[in-house]
Design a protein around this ligand. Structure first.
Ligand SMILES: Nc1ncnc2c1ncn2[C@@H]1O[C@H](COP(=O)(O)OP(=O)(O)OP(=O)(O)O)[C@@H](O)[C@H]1O
Length: 400
């Protein structure tokens, strides 16, 4: 798929932007703080309805407009998918009255209002930011977020199951706390357990399948990028694990090649429910749900070394590049369409060989938007094949 037009109104520093998007490779060149990242952020928002930069959607609205009684930050895109033109619009509506502010969001898919859970997956993008090393060396939460954003784009029902799971989890935790502190009838948990395992099984099943598919693709890219010097493995460690850990251990050791593909969604649902029943007393005492996909972990291991804990900067960067290329290929496999690739200032971080590998890989996709402060990082032959546009103080213009 590829974007044909992008319009922004009061989005970040863009009071108004309306641009046709060139088909293949768009290089956005500009000094710092001109709006390059904001443009990529807007496109990624259309794929996931979340920002990787902002703490809240409110920050996305132009801060001068946000002082008004009513402000609307708007992202509109026209794009081609499967030979047909589509339109996606997001409105962030901020109402200020009597010193309090209320933010609402409207999403329109081909002119029809949809929830984010319904609309996710309609437009697909993969983003690569320099600070994404958190996927490897950040917290388990960072890795779950990474997985959730990716899986939501390709698995129908994943975003919905995730949103419901989180709501049920909050309710269940509140009840556990109440039972722990004030006592009561423990069977009240049965209802919440049923809801939790239903959604939880969907998440675990999707993660299990997706991680092994992405591992296969990422290992191929990683092999190529390291000239076959390193073998990449990705280990999924579900907090509720249908596989039994060895006697006396809490979970399987990290680098165990575990095949969980034989477990159906129904097996996972039943097993997860039994596990919750087994730990009920402990959970009431602690006032919190201790097993389930909200505690899952993923580890990236190269030649037997856990890159999150022991990877060098260069190794982590190569891992990320392999992962991003794998995501693109995986989304293509799943949806039949190339996602739009968004690359923010990453060339400066890569050595010459990795740069060449990445630029070569870009040639395969349908559309890539890249930002840079320095055009000299690019090979002249590459620039020849790209559209070079300049971003200056929230204005985007073609360099010709
Ligand atoms: N809500 C907002 N309203 C108005 N301006 C904003 C808002 N949020 C961010 N900005 C401003 O937008 C400008 C552009 O930021 P952006 O990160 O897109 O720049 P950039 O060109 O990618 O720069 P860099 O190369 O430094 O990453 C910054 O000056 C920032 O302060």
């Amino acid at each position: 798929m590829y974007l044909t037009r992008l319009s922004l109104t009061d989005f970040r520093a863009f009071a108004r932007l309306d641009m046709e998007v060139p088909r293949r490779i768009l290089l956005l060149v500009g000094d710092n703080a001109q709006g390059k990242t904001s443009l990529l952020e807007a496109v990624y928002y259309l794929a996931t309805f979340t920002s990787l930069h902002a703490q809240s959607d409110r920050q996305l609205i132009h801060f001068l407009a946000a002082q008004e009684a009513l402000a609307v930050g708007r992202i509109t895109a026209e794009f081609q998918r499967g030979g047909r033109g589509h339109r996606l619009e997001v409105r962030l509506i901020l109402e200020n009255s009597n010193g309090s502010a209320r933010l609402r969001r409207e999403i329109l898919v081909d002119g029809i209002k949809r929830t984010a859970q319904e609309a996710v997956g309609f437009f697909n993008a993969v983003i690569f930011l320099p600070q994404m090393t958190r996927v490897a060396d950040g917290s388990p939460e960072d890795r779950r977020r990474y997985l959730n954003l990716l899986l939501s784009q390709a698995h129908p029902g994943y975003a919905q199951a995730l949103s419901e799971y989180q709501q049920v989890l909050t309710q269940r935790n509140a009840l556990l706390k109440q039972l722990g502190e004030r006592g009561g009838d423990n069977s009240q948990l049965d209802y919440w357990d049923g809801l939790l395992v239903e959604r939880g099984a969907t998440l675990i099943y999707a993660r299990n399948t997706a991680i092994s598919e992405i591992e296969r693709l990422a290992a191929q890219f990683h092999g190529r990028l390291t000239r076959q010097q390193e073998v990449l493995r990705i280990f999924y460690q579900p907090a509720y694990d249908p596989l039994e850990p060895p006697a006396g251990q809490y979970s399987l050791p990290l680098m165990t090649s575990a095949d969980r593909s034989r477990f159906s969604r129904e097996d996972l649902r039943r097993g997860f429910q039994e596990k919750l029943a087994a730990v009920r007393g402990e959970e009431i005492a602690r006032g919190v749900t201790t097993v389930g996909p909200h505690r899952d972990e993923v580890r990236f291991v190269s030649n037997g070394v856990d890159l999150g804990s022991f990877g060098s900067r260069g190794q982590v960067r190569t891992l990320l590049l392999s992962l991003k290329l794998a995501e693109v290929a995986w989304l293509k496999e799943k949806t039949g369409e190339w996602p739009v690739l968004l690359l923010d200032e990453i060339l400066a971080e890569l050595d010459m060989q990795r740069r060449a590998d990445l630029l070569e890989a870009l040639g395969e996709g349908e559309q890539s938007l890249m930002t840079t402060t320095d055009l000299n990082l690019f090979d002249p032959a590459f620039i020849q094949n790209a559209s070079v546009w300049r971003v200056r103080q929230g204005v985007v213009s073609s360099e010709g």
